[in-house]
Ligand binder design. Structure first.
Ligand code: ATP
Ligand code: MG
Ligand code: MG
Ligand code: MG
Length: 488
């Protein structure tokens, strides 16, 4: 089944059960001081759960563009190295705002996975909250009893507070969750190790796909819990992971969400990607694979962020986007031998593939392409020199720690985000002195504060020589060519 159809079926299933289908909120949040990017489906509905706003419908479903690269959820370090964490991913979700509760949510989730998508029941596990008396939260007997009618008891796993209890903050709505995991191991592997202990990431082919959160309590200031007057359901299923399960592959990168992008990288670079079922690959091939995964993952994050109005810049959310792109550029440069801009060429593939469902990636295709191309060209101008400098510094360094002043020079003169320097050093079993780096940064800030009091925010770009403020993609002429950013 094609990914397009998998997404459609999810939405259709919940529409048939009375849910209003809404579009994804933008990936970038401009008016939430607590969050830079949407990192889950529920973020756009937060006010409904807090009772500050009323939803259009008590049942809603959608797919949400999410980015997990900062704050509480930061998966960046895993991306490229594992096969199921992305920077940008889609989270399919269904919600009940004071309407249906555990019985419907669990039964529908099960029906969708096993009857519509036809995942064999013996490949699924579920988890239920075990309870935590010290913190006043009870075992989720209700969820356990419902699951028992659907699945063998030995496939219901008890989970702790970290994995199976959701809280919005120290106070406010909270409740237990029940997760669904899929076991995609080969039959041989299953025969070697069996059963329960495999849930929760003990094996790369046993993966969490769907989290069902049941908001039933309110935590008060004194730490005690009371039942909420109305109870809510909030679910999130990783779309790319679901596609992996349904397309009979063992890696998200072997699904049709990623293969068109991978084929394009292969065509541009002449390198080959080996899918996950090819075992015993060389060290060099492994590095190529990681680099290709990083590139095809990161281009999605960067492209969707730009299409939603977040341009790369030197501050705030813009700098997060720039860092992601520079990480991809360096992986290409070092492991795919790309000395010229090439990531921008993937935008056309992405627009072609995702444009039907997410029209913004099509309407903003020119802008996104030009911005990425310009970013690549600009970083490539200093990348080689920076890498050489780092190489020399590494040679001269006794021990494992490079000086913070050198890491700062790379940041300041060569545009190396500090996590990029850290990543390159980590590949050599080294690190840099962060305290020294921070001290250098502070010195520079003091200098520039003294030099100038003017500053611009990260939405300001220089368009063909004229300073303009970018206020969202609707307002920017599509044909306008961005030649250079104003340095902030
Ligand atoms: P994991 O334990 O695998 O990191 P999670 O428990 O952090 O996932 P949730 O916050 O429960 O994830 O999000 C709901 C669903 O979104 C997950 O069950 C998973 O399918 C998907 N998901 C979460 N993080 C990612 C990611 N970085 N890339 C792709 N899918 C993800
Ligand atoms: Mg996680
Ligand atoms: Mg988890
Ligand atoms: Mg989870």
């Amino acid at each position: 089944m094609k990914s397009q159809d998998i997404r459609k079926q999810f939405l259709q299933f919940f529409e048939e059960r009375g849910h209003l289908i809404v579009p994804s909120a933008p990936i970038v949040l401009k008016d939430d001081p607590t969050l830079m990017f949407n990192n889950s489906g529920m973020a756009q509905f937060k006010e409904y759960f807090l009772g500050n706003a009323t939803p259009k419908s008590k049942r809603i479903a959608d797919t949400q563009k999410c980015l997990r690269v900062s704050g509480k959820h930061n998966d960046l370090e895993d991306v490229g190295f594992d096969t199921y964490h992305h920077t940008m991913f889609e989270m399919l979700g269904n919600w009940s705002f004071g309407d249906y509760f555990k019985k419907e949510a669990i039964n529908w989730a099960w029906q969708l996975l096993t009857e519509v998508y036809k995942i064999p029941k013996e490949n699924l596990y579920v988890s239920v909250f075990e309870g935590n008396p010290a913190e006043n939260v009870p075992f989720d007997q209700e969820a356990w009893d419902i699951w028992k009618t659907l699945i063998d008891e030995d496939r219901i796993i008890l989970g702790n507070k970290k994995d199976n209890f959701w809280e919005m903050g120290e106070q406010g709505p909270c409740g237990p969750c029940s997760e669904i995991h899929v076991d995609l191991r080969s039959e041989e592997e299953k025969a070697q190790v069996s059963g329960k202990s495999l849930v929760n990431n003990d094996h790369p082919q046993v993966v969490e796909i769907w989290n069902n959160v049941f908001m039933e309590f309110n935590r008060k200031a004194d730490g005690s819990l009371e039942k909420l007057p109305a109870q809510h359901v909030d679910t999130g299923m990783g779309f790319e992971r679901l596609c992996m399960a349904l397309q009979g592959v063992q890696s998200n990168y072997d699904t049709d969400v990623f293969t068109p992008l991978i084929r394009e990288v292969e065509a541009i670079t002449g390198k080959k990607y080996t899918s996950n079922d090819v075992k015993d690959i060389s060290e060099e091939q492994n590095k190529t694979n990681i680099a290709i995964r990083v590139v095809v993952d990161h281009v999605r994050a960067v492209a969707f962020a730009i299409a939603d109005g977040q341009l790369p810049s030197n501050t705030g959310a813009g700098y997060v986007i720039r860092r992601i792109l520079r990480r991809a550029i360096r992986y290409g440069f070092t492991f795919l031998n790309t000395k010229e801009p090439f990531i921008y060429k993937l935008v056309a593939v992405l627009a072609n593939q995702m444009g039907e469902f997410f029209p913004e990636i099509k309407t903003q295709q020119n802008l996104v392409t030009n911005v990425i191309k310009e970013e690549e060209a600009s970083f490539l101008r200093t990348l080689d020199q920076g890498l050489q400098l780092l190489e020399n510094v590494v040679k001269e360094t006794k021990g494992n720690e490079v000086s913070g002043a050198k890491a700062f020079e790379l940041y300041d003169t060569f545009g190396f985000p500090k996590d990029l320097t850290a990543l390159i050093l980590k590949e050599k079993g080294m690190s840099y002195n962060e305290k020294e780096f921070d001290a250098e940064l502070q010195k520079q800030k003091d200098r520039s504060r003294a030099a100038s009091e003017t500053s611009t925010d990260d939405w300001t770009v220089l368009i063909d020589g004229n300073v303009e403020t970018f206020v969202g993609y609707d307002e920017v002429e599509k044909e306008v060519r961005i030649t250079r950013y104003r340095k902030v």
